[in-house]
Design a protein around this ligand. Structure first.
Ligand SMILES: *Cc1c(COP(=O)(O)O)cnc(C)c1O
Length: 824
């Protein structure tokens, strides 16, 4: 401790001191009495109080970092899907018990206040959630890290259903203020846009290029604490908010030009206004490129000018930082760093490129060609003229190298070029990232293999050592310890609490799978979690489900490749077979099919699939002849908060993408860690889950990736599959007949047409195998001792899927960064 330690009773972990702090925040921070305080007042005061207890660690972390200058990981991500902060911060500050008791004494329910928090939805789905898990793990592992991203004023839209159709509402997460952020307008960074490039000659006669932007925008940093679990380290997440440099042109205003006066303000502030809700299918929109450059330019300037000491020799930059690029969204950082070094600091191209090639590493997140970002040179050149020049120069030198290596092979050169010529001249951001990055990684073993052998195979041949894999993971703090307190308690009772920081210790549960008493307790907890989930659904969505039916969950973004329609065909087929008498109702296990999925607002087919799921759901839910055995629950607005309620209650995890299309998935890991069994294809991280939990504890179905490739090559006919499988035909015909649309045969036609026409993701081809696997699920679930054993083994064998392990792999294979223990 030293004199800079804040004067808070931060180390006094007593109920009394907590209560004192809480009331002080309520009275002096909110200006209200306990008697008159609203739920939001109490939540804000609680959050502020918890914040105090983390402050010592944060300041100490920053001070040590400045003193030691250890290597830092800068995780650059356009998305951080954080989820609620209060629970995690209570856990990491070790205040849960104290806060509960303190609030109890004041007649306040901690659980009620938890529900007040609106989660920061600053991401679309898996990619943004991954970034949030990674920064949590780095803090827990004591690794110096700064997360850099965008503070969107509106996060991912709030989904509602009107007559079963998705409508989007703005996510006003900041309406009541966020107690977790620390704005620092005095540290704003200026970023340019547009304009032109000039030749200038310095005083010493050196010629260089000088970018003269047409407009500038200020980036205001908002800092968030990222506390580690079981350590005093509190890292920083720095999100940028765009502001106009001069709020107002007073002269223009005085002359009567009101609109003109605020125009620049509008341009600037639009940049961080809203998260683009496209997942896996980026739109080449100008504002999106503005967002990307904005946060990346702010982050690089911040690191070079504010984080590093003033006198730092930038030639040593690779010793101090790795910029990890979370997908291609931040790749414009590459020419930005070159510009910083060459244009602003007068470095030679060779020196600057030498350093640049040692500080960036690129994580690829996809296999879908339409998900690979390209920026038309017209657009990029208009917005960032100097960056386009730099990209051209990088490409020129790269192509020279290629022509030396592959003389005469112009086809290869064209394939590998950073610039695509068709359909329009455009910059391939994945190629730029691969050329500039010192490492390129995929996010699961199969995905990294396919990247190497297919998507980026030319690059992998040229630079085999650049390519590596790091299988994704999820944080066990949020997705086990916080989301599933009862199971966590049981696990801790059995093996101690070391698993929370070292998830591989879950393997010690293995023998307990054979212990009947342990199985019974495990089952009871799952049953209680279902009752709790049913309560949440009733309260949140007004949806009633049985508290004891099998919970069969498919929650993830709505995308054709993820194949929600395959799940739907199974449900419709069950319904059809029961209705026709082919399947006796008594033989059907009561099941709740839970869907959660947002569709990108411009993705018409995805929205039609949502409408069809809701239509099938309302028909089935209203059909009294089913005696409530089958239910479809599709709560709107699936988000992290709902995930934390659903996953601990799930029995069956649906991971049914077409093999070779899902890069990794992380939902699959969350479910396995909470004792759900997976029904899944050999895709993404499912492959590794199955290898670890064992075939007998996993329901595998469908074509493998090579089989998919063969079928694609030999010509796939969905019509033929439809015609040859009577159950499939009957299910599709039932939808076409208007059975779920009040007799209207046209309403769901587009979904059917997509399946019977191209069926790009081969749902029909995998239907029979999927339904057979579901029959195996059904039979196995009836043997509840066997099911419980498998569920426990899923937990015991999934420790590998901790994001802590992912971070160790990144450190070993990519970063060379090391933990720096906080000792105070
Ligand atoms: C984990 C998570 C995802 C990713 O799910 P996948 O099944 O891997 O696509 C998406 N959204 C939320 C809210 C999540 O928590």
């Amino acid at each position: 401790m030293n004199d800079m330690t804040p004067p808070v009773a931060a180390r006094e972990h007593t109920v009394e001191s907590f209560t004192r702090e809480f009331l002080r925040e309520l009275n002096f921070g909110r200006g209200v009495d306990l008697d008159r305080a609203s739920a939001n007042d109490k939540y804000m005061a609680l959050a502020r109080t918890v914040r105090h207890y983390l402050m010592t660690g944060w300041l100490e972390t920053l001070r040590n970092q400045y003193r030691d200058q250890a290597k830092v990981v800068a995780y650059l991500s356009a998305e951080f899907l954080l989820g609620r902060q209060l629970d995690n911060n209570l856990l990491t500050s070790n205040l849960e018990g104290i806060a509960r008791e303190s609030l109890d004494q004041l007649g306040i329910s901690l659980d009620d206040l938890r529900e007040v928090e609106i989660e920061p939805g600053l991401g679309n789905g898996g990619l943004g959630r991954l970034a949030a898990c990674f920064i949590d793990s780095l803090a827990t592992l004591d690794v110096p890290c700064i997360g850099y991203g965008i503070r969107y004023e509106y996060g991912i839209f709030k989904q509602a259903f009107v007559d079963g159709h998705q409508v989007e509402k703005p996510d006003t997460w900041l309406a009541l203020g966020s107690p977790w952020e620390f704005p620092h307008p005095e540290n704003a960074v200026t970023v340019g846009f547009g304009g032109h490039v000039e030749d200038v000659t310095d005083e010493d006669g050196v010629k260089r290029r000088d970018w003269v932007p047409a407009s500038v925008v200020n980036g205001v940093p908002y800092n968030y604490m990222v506390p580690g679990y079981g350590t005093n380290r509190v890292n920083t997440l720095r999100l940028w908010s765009a502001r106009a440099p001069k709020a107002f042109n007073l002269q223009v205003f005085n002359e009567g030009g009101y609109e003109e006066a605020v125009k620049n303000q509008t341009f600037a502030e639009n940049i961080s206004k809203v998260l683009y809700p496209e997942d896996s299918t980026p739109q080449g929109k100008e504002l999106r490129l503005q967002q990307q450059y904005f946060f990346v330019a702010c982050s690089i300037a911040d690191f070079l000018c504010n984080v590093l000491p003033q006198d730092f020799d930038l030639h040593r930059l690779p010793d101090r930082i790795t910029w990890q690029l979370n997908d291609t969204h931040p790749v414009i950082a590459v020419p930005e760093l070159m510009r910083q070094l060459v244009d602003l600091r007068g470095w030679t191209w060779e020196d600057a490129w030498g350093v640049t090639q040692k500080v960036f590493a690129y994580t690829c997140h996809t296999l879908l060609p339409e998900a690979l970002e390209v920026w038309p040179v017209d657009l990029l050149g208009k917005l960032l003229p100097r960056h386009l020049e730099i990209i051209y120069r990088i490409n020129e030198l790269f192509l020279e190298e290629l022509r030396d290596t592959y003389p005469g092979d112009e086809l290869k050169v064209r394939h590998m070029s950073i610039i695509a010529e068709h359909p329009v001249r455009a910059v391939r951001m994945a190629h730029l990232a691969t050329v500039a990055g010192f490492k390129v990684n995929g996010v699961a073993a199969l995905h990294s293999e396919l990247l190497r052998d297919k998507v980026l195979s030319d690059f992998a041949q040229l630079w085999p050592e650049k390519f590596t894999n790091v299988t994704n993971g999820v944080t066990p703090r949020r997705f086990v310890r916080i989301a599933n307190p009862s199971m966590s308690g049981l696990v801790t009772e059995a093996i101690g609490d070391g698993w929370i920081k070292d998830l591989s210790q879950l393997s010690r549960l293995e023998p307990l799978a054979e212990d009947a008493e342990f199985r019974r307790r495990f089952r009871d907890i799952k049953a209680a979690n279902k009752v709790e989930f049913a309560r949440v659904l009733k309260e949140r969505d007004g949806i009633e489900i049985a508290g004891d039916a099998m919970v069969d969950a498919m929650v993830k973004r709505l995308h054709e490749y993820k194949r929600q329609t395959l799940k739907l065909l199974h449900i419709v087929s069950l319904y059809q077979r029961i209705g026709s008498g082919a399947l006796p109702l008594e033989s059907v296990t009561p099941r709740t099919f839970v869907f959660g999925a947002k569709a990108a607002p411009g993705y018409a087919l995805a929205k039609q699939i949502i409408a069809l799921i809701n239509a099938v759901g309302s028909t089935i839910n209203a059909d009294a002849s089913l005696e409530g055995r089958l239910k479809v629950a599709f709560p709107a607005n699936y988000n992290v908060t709902l995930a934390e309620k659903l996953i601990p209650a799930a029995d069956l995890s649906e991971q049914i993408s077409l093999a070779g299309k899902e890069a990794s998935g992380t939902g699959n890991m969350k479910f396995a860690l909470n004792g759900a069994l997976t029904i899944g294809t050999d895709d993404g991280a499912n492959v590794e889950i199955r290898e670890l939990v064992g075939d007998e504890n996993f329901f595998l179905f469908g074509m493998s990736e090579p089989e998919v490739a063969d079928l694609e090559a030999s010509g796939y006919s969905p019509e033929a599959v439809y015609a040859s499988d009577p159950d499939l035909k009957a299910a599709i015909d039932l939808i076409s007949s208007g059975a779920f649309s009040g007799g209207d045969r046209t309403l769901h036609e587009p979904v059917i047409a997509a399946l019977l026409g191209e069926d790009r993701f081969m749902a029909l081809a995998d239907f029979r195998s999927y339904v057979d696997a579901q029959d195996r699920v059904e039979a196995y679930y009836g043997d509840f001792e066997a099911w419980s054993r498998s569920a426990i083994l899923n937990v015991a064998r999934s420790g590998f899927f901790s994001s802590d392990r992912s971070m160790v792999d990144y450190m070993d294979r990519i970063w060379g960064a090391k933990p720096v223990k906080q000792n105070f």
